[in-house]
Design a binder for this molecule. Structure first.
Ligand code: NDP
Length: 334
């Protein structure tokens, strides 16, 4: 899957194209690269920022005319590095193609536990899982009994944050963009309450209804008007983990936030974070999450598109909320 040109506004399927080509299925002589057969690819909102030329971004832009890169799950076919061998399963940065030669092998994690769906390593057992874990436990300083609000709550990250907060004994409310998603939040993921933000006129009043005494923790995924309304509804000494602001990613000019003075009056701690800085906690996270998955204590919902040709539409769909759960693209079972 090739990015044809840099994108402005909402990304569209024709901004990408599928090209057939051949690569030599061989690791170059003397290189420590690995040759991968890609099994699952991950569609993630941050990829939008890579579709434009942006100086000073925390991730590199894609190169128009070249294959898109992103997180994925793959099988090692050949390795120039002693840490990986033929047949190993890995997750990490790979290409949006059937086979990839990856030289940045430090971005690959070896998969040891295969008793779970392999696609989970694009989600609950991969980058979004680590994001929910680090953002909630490390950034939010949560305590039992606190009130928690999660936006984009049914997505790859949000569905986990809500479940982690419930396990801790918090009161949890989520927002999402359809009735189907709102129902899932309550019936499948155990949120106490949920609402469809597209049907609400006045977010501040809506939040007041669900949090009459205020919000201790806001897990921010969307930004814009929702953030403004949350600030008005935070409790004294509340915490806001700023994970993402997807409502702003396709705007030429981002919306202003008007209620930041609440940070002072309510002594709120608002902290942005990037998952990359927390990967050292990955073994600890796996130790916690794998037993929870196997015991059915944490569930995970995926939206799986089939085939490389469905990848552009799956990626674009994130920005209209077409995905229900973690958006994955299945390339091959093995
Ligand atoms: P999701 O699986 O939640 O997919 C994106 C969802 O965002 C859509 O399904 C849609 O759900 C919602 N959305 C899209 N446009 C808007 C909008 N204009 N206003 C409100 N909601 C919108 O994605 P992830 O769980 O992977 O990511 C969630 C957030 O976390 C993103 O902001 C992402 O950038 C961020 N992130 C940050 C990381 C970090 O290291 N800081 C790492 C990973 C993710 P709906 O139908 O509910 O509108």
């Amino acid at each position: 899957v090739i990015l044809k040109h840099y994108v402005t506004g909402y990304p569209k399927e024709p901004d990408m194209e599928i090209k057939n080509g051949t690569i030599k299925l061989k690791v170059p002589e003397g290189s420590n690269a690995v040759l991968l057969k890609n099994l699952y690819l991950s569609c993630d909102p941050y990829m939008r920022s890579r579709m434009q030329k942006k100086e000073g971004s925390y991730v590199d832009s894609f190169t128009p005319g070249s294959p898109i890169t992103g997180y994925g799950v793959a099988k090692v076919l050949e390795s120039g590095d002693s840490n990986f061998k033929k047949g190993d399963l890995v997750w990490g940065m790979t290409g949006w193609e059937e086979y990839s030669i990856v030289t940045a092998i430090h971005t690959l994690f070896k998969i040891h536990d295969k008793d779970v769906p392999l696609s989970y390593y694009t989600g609950i057992l991969g980058m979004p899982g680590m994001t929910a874990y680090a953002g909630f436990y490390e950034v939010c300083s949560p305590k039992k009994g606190e009130t928690v609000f999660v936006s984009a709550a049914s997505g790859a990250v949000g569905q986990l944050v809500g479940q982690f907060a419930k396990i801790l004994g918090c009161y949890v409310v989520g927002s999402a963009g359809s009735k189907e998603k709102v129902d899932l939040l309550k019936s499948k993921f155990g949120f106490d309450e949920a609402f469809n933000y597209k049907e609400e006129q006045d977010f501040a009043a809506t939040l007041k209804r669900y949090f009459p005494d205020g919000i201790d923790i806001y897990f921010e995924n969307v930004g814009g008007k929702m953030l403004d309304a949350v600030l008005l509804n935070m409790k004294l000494h509340g915490r806001i983990a700023v994970c993402g602001m997807i409502s702003q990613y396709n705007l030429d000019k981002t919306e202003g936030v008007h209620n930041l003075f609440c940070l002072i009056t309510k002594r709120i701690r608002m902290e942005g974070f990037l998952v990359f800085e927390y990967y050292h906690l990955y073994p600890k996270y796996l130790e916690m999450i794998i037993p929870h998955i196997k015991a059915g204590k944490v569930v995970y919902m995926e939206d799986v598109a089939e085939g490389l040709e469905s990848a552009p539409s799956a990626l674009v769909g994130l920005f209209s909320g077409r995905n229900v759960g973690k958006q994955v693209v299945m390339i091959s079972h093995e």
